[in-house]
Ligand binder design. Sequence first.
Ligand code: NDP
Length: 336
Amino acid sequence: GKVLVSGANGFLAVWVVRAFLENGYSVRGAVRSADKGVHLSKIFNEYREKFEVVEVPDITKGRRCEGAFDEAVKGVDAIAHTASPYHFKADDPAELLEPAIKGTVGMLESARKCGTAVKRIVITSSTAAVVHDEPTPQTFTEADWDDQAVENVQRDGRNASNVHKYRASKTLAERAAWDFMKTHGSSLGWDLTVLNPPLILGPILHEVPSPSLLNTSALQMYNTYATPDFVSGGGCWVDVRDIALAHVLAVKKEAAGGERIIISREAFWWQDWLDATPEAAKSNPKYQKGKPGSQKDVIPPVSYDASKSVRILGIKYRDMEETARDVVRDYEERGW
Ligand code: NDP
């Protein structure tokens, strides 16, 4: 089979491309400009018969079809749509909402009008589209929706918090995808699977000239290890290699069609990562120790029920020791 992966040069997407190639698929990676494909062609050189790069300069604009991907979808059997802005720097919420929503709907439009062979589309949503702020600790499931962020952004616009702007972009994009399926479902040759990961962490394959240019989640991890200020917060996490493989399984498994699936290992405090790699600070004094053990018994405010991912996709999650070890090794190899 052949898969189109959008945003192919991103932190997650490079691992998604690799997972598809390792599982025997051919991959077409969509990037915004040709220069962003150079690193990809280099790292996937051994797969050069099976890997190609296409340029899609603006995912919010269509050409002959209403979507931007009308050329890119031709001849693929499946699509993994990962491209979407993930940062907390937008002043105008439209900076996040537009590419998130129009990119998603545009991809579906292109597949509907131009792609005849597509059998499964996987969209990378997020637990940002699931979680909502609650006064007491909660375990969220696929039945939860983050309408709170959407309401806040609709009410407050530019003055909404940057976290809510991002969360609203993911919620609205995912809702738009399910609405599209409701409208067109019976006439489509494919079905949709949506994956909802929390913070994605792990070693890096994409092109990163210096740590300060890391993507949002990997930068938080790096700052935890490499900046002296104590990092008190936390969240929930999944290893980038596990969520990448989840995209392959979501294409492969019939039963994943029509499903929204949380892909989460567990809740964490940043301190837990430092505690998981006690030898790191010994081998390089630049890596922090934080306050060892200080967060061990603090109850996390947010958890996710990931049982559906095990049931439907059969995911086996990496644990923190393995991910932490591989991340520190990655820093060391890069001289970070
Ligand atoms: P990256 O920033 O590393 O990658 C984002 C990708 O999307 C890049 O290829 C980027 O292209 C592309 N993109 C962003 N904005 C636009 C735009 N306006 N037009 C076209 N392409 C765009 O992020 P991640 O790999 O972390 O995120 C990938 C996906 O996973 C996103 O959908 C994100 O919401 C989701 N996700 C990520 C989590 C995480 O912790 N990392 C957690 C949960 C979900 P370019 O390089 O050209 O900017």
